[in-house]
Design a protein around this ligand. Sequence first.
Ligand code: HEM
Length: 224
Amino acid sequence: MDASATATPSSPFSVLIRTASHAQHTEAENSSFMGDLLGGRLGVEAYARYTEQLWFVYRALEDAAEALRADPVAGPFVQAELMRTDALERDLAHLRGPGWRSGLAPLPATEAYAARVAECARDWPAGYVAHHYTRYLGDLSGGQIIRDRAERTWGFARKGDGVRFYVFEEIDNPAAFKRGYRELLDRVPVDDLEKQRIIDECKRAFDYNGDVFRQLGREFPLSA
Ligand code: HEM
């Protein structure tokens, strides 16, 4: 469904933020790296490299989470069942072996992305909400498509090591969880100007993801 045709300024915030990021979402889906990855044209090395980038981003999101738990704006979004760092670490141990941490370095785009998340978490909790939304609601949605493809392409056990990042063990009903999440967005206690700033930060979050895909695409240049 294309929500972009239906949003008006008085629409709920969850609709506004989804609508505002719709075009960039399509771009992300159609990036050559994602296309090659989901099309089964890349080796497991590319998938591992991508998973490493996610680890840096989720470290930034989740290292900050505890300190934000009591924050009136970001606090309600901090939910234990979303946490991905442990799952990513199990996936990386599977993909790279027990020494996965040694020599691990982020791509420049990933470093910039993680630094921005950390900065928002420290100085601007509403901006953190933008980053939280962009990652977790996406993982609960399109992430399931990526998991299915990864299992088929590289032979990971269904919902097992290698794709645990995409498996939210503690969320029985993702559709219901997403509805609850959108209600949190709709109730976020900030004024319209600040909501607009959150939307702008969400677009920035999509830009960071696009930059990471572009750098990964350069490293694994199949579509070139
Ligand atoms: C090939 C990659 C991707 C696919 C196949 C995909 C697919 C999807 C699908 C099917 C939905 C469900 C929409 C709904 O529930 O109505 C969704 C939602 C979402 N995706 Fe993606 N996606 C991809 C990449 C991304 C990326 C890279 C991001 C950002 C980092 C992202 C962020 C989101 C967000 C935030 C939502 C929730 C939209 C909302 O309902 O507010 N997605 N995606």
